[in-house]
Write a protein that binds this ligand. Structure first.
Ligand code: ADP
Ligand code: MG
Length: 397
């Protein structure tokens, strides 16, 4: 029986008016290599607007708690949230106040001065080392700023951090609009999907996807492999030459899964390789004919046709992990072609994963998916069936 989340829509309309509502959001705007926010890259901010508007329109005094980047418990000036407050202000068309403080006198005063329907953004919660240490006293201090709590940071919901996992245990708590949708869609895919369900799992390393395969294989009708995952399976099952490089335990489990679910696990029949280190050119090779020095960087055209044929009759598709090293133009083809097949089919299509979303965005194919998870690592954890300390307190009546 799927458990249901308590959401902000499950509370009486009048419950919010005049209440100080702490809302945990993810304000991770896109950053450059040094971790500095770059212009644009506001998708994450867009996704939290419905919840903020919902609360504002009902007269709540909205206090946003957010993280940005990985400051590791110290103040990092470029990760202050003043710029986020400005961007939110322009996206919402209502002022979002900001104080460069989380629990001190400036924050307390700003909270006390809030009027009904006003919005305040406090400083990056990860500037305080007690956030990631899940410190109880810190969580209690945060809780004392508000009367109700709304969880909207799905992307952090797998983390045992104070504002994510402890706060919802200290105040009456509800899931925000985005969080509700993420859990509804991903929970639906796991628990009661329209069948056939086809999973596509690619990406760089098998070790990082074994837990996902373990939880998905018993639930799906078919699992199409790509990327480094497929390469390792091919080597493990004797389909191609070379010694797999993943760790032994992950190998043993992957091999066991491939035996148990032999009829569901689909491996490529041809691939694209870089020969003699030439990554500018892709050479199509049958799986049995991969030379020892070939670098296998994408799926081949025959495999793409086979995968698209399977997807054509799918009613649900869940995709994590690029099918090839898409950052190299010569090896982006399978990811693009399979995404185009998903787009052309009737299937309810869900995609997620940091690099998967980046690849599909670059190719302009994201909009053809019915749901794109904002979760990244949190989506993986959810689909693995791993603990989600930020969600657990939100279930039930
Ligand atoms: P996600 O972030 O969507 O979960 P992963 O992090 O698992 O995805 O994997 C993404 C990375 O996998 C990309 O950087 C891509 O270049 C790489 N990749 C995909 N296929 C291959 C391959 N055959 N060989 C090497 N790297 C690959
Ligand atoms: Mg990744």
């Amino acid at each position: 029986m799927p458990r249901t989340l308590r959401t902000i829509r499950d509370v009486g309309e009048g419950a919010w008016k005049g209440k100080r509502v702490l809302v945990r959001v993810d304000c991770n705007v896109a950053t450059d290599e040094d971790g500095h926010p770059v212009p644009g890259g506001e998708q994450r901010l867009q996704t939290i607007l419905p919840t903020i508007t919902f609360l504002r329109d009902r007269g709540a005094r909205v206090i946003l708690l957010a993280h940005l980047g990985r400051p590791r418990g110290t103040v990092v000036d470029v990760l202050r949230l003043d710029d986020v407050a400005r961007r939110l202000t322009s996206l919402l068309g209502t002022p979002v106040q900001y104080v460069p403080d989380l629990l001190g006198p400036a924050a307390q005063a700003a909270v006390a001065a809030l009027e009904d329907g006003e919005i305040l953004l406090l400083e990056n919660v990860r500037f305080d080392p007690r956030e990631e240490a899940a410190d109880r006293a810190f969580a209690q201090a945060l809780a004392s700023l508000g009367e109700l709590f709304v969880q909207e940071a799905f992307s952090a919901a797998h983390r045992n951090h104070a504002s994510v996992a402890l706060l919802p245990r200290l105040l009456p708590s509800y899931a925000g609009v985005l969080l509700g949708r993420e859990v509804g869609v991903l929970g639906g895919v796991l628990e009661k999907p329209a069948r056939p369900v086809v999973a596509i799992v690619g990406g760089a390393k098998l070790e990082t996807k074994v837990a996902l395969l373990r939880n998905l294989l018993p639930r799906v009708d078919c699992l199409l492999t790509g990327g480094g995952i497929a390469n390792t399976f091919l080597r493990l099952t004797g389909g191609s030459a070379g010694t797999p490089r993943a760790d032994r335990a992950a190998h043993r489990e992957a091999l066991a899964l491939s035996t148990t679910h032999r009829d569901k696990l689909v491996l490529p029949t041809d691939v694209r390789v870089a020969r003699a280190g030439d990554t500018a050119r892709a050479l199509v090779v049958r799986v049995g004919a991969i030379a020892p020095a070939d670098e296998v960087l994408d799926l081949g055209p025959q495999t793409v046709v086979a995968y698209c044929h399977i997807l054509a009759s799918a009613r649900t598709c869940i995709w994590n992990g690029p099918l090839g090293k898409f950052e190299l133009p010569a090896f982006a083809e399978a990811t693009r072609a399979v995404a185009q097949c998903v787009r052309g089919s009737e299937t309810f299509a869900v995609a997620g994963g940091g690099d998967t979303v980046r690849a599909l965005t670059d190719m302009g194919l994201l909009k053809h998916f019915d749901h794109v998870s904002t979760g990244g690592g949190a989506m993986l954890a959810f689909l693995e069936g791993a603990p989600m300390p930020g969600l657990d307190p939100l279930y039930g009546p």
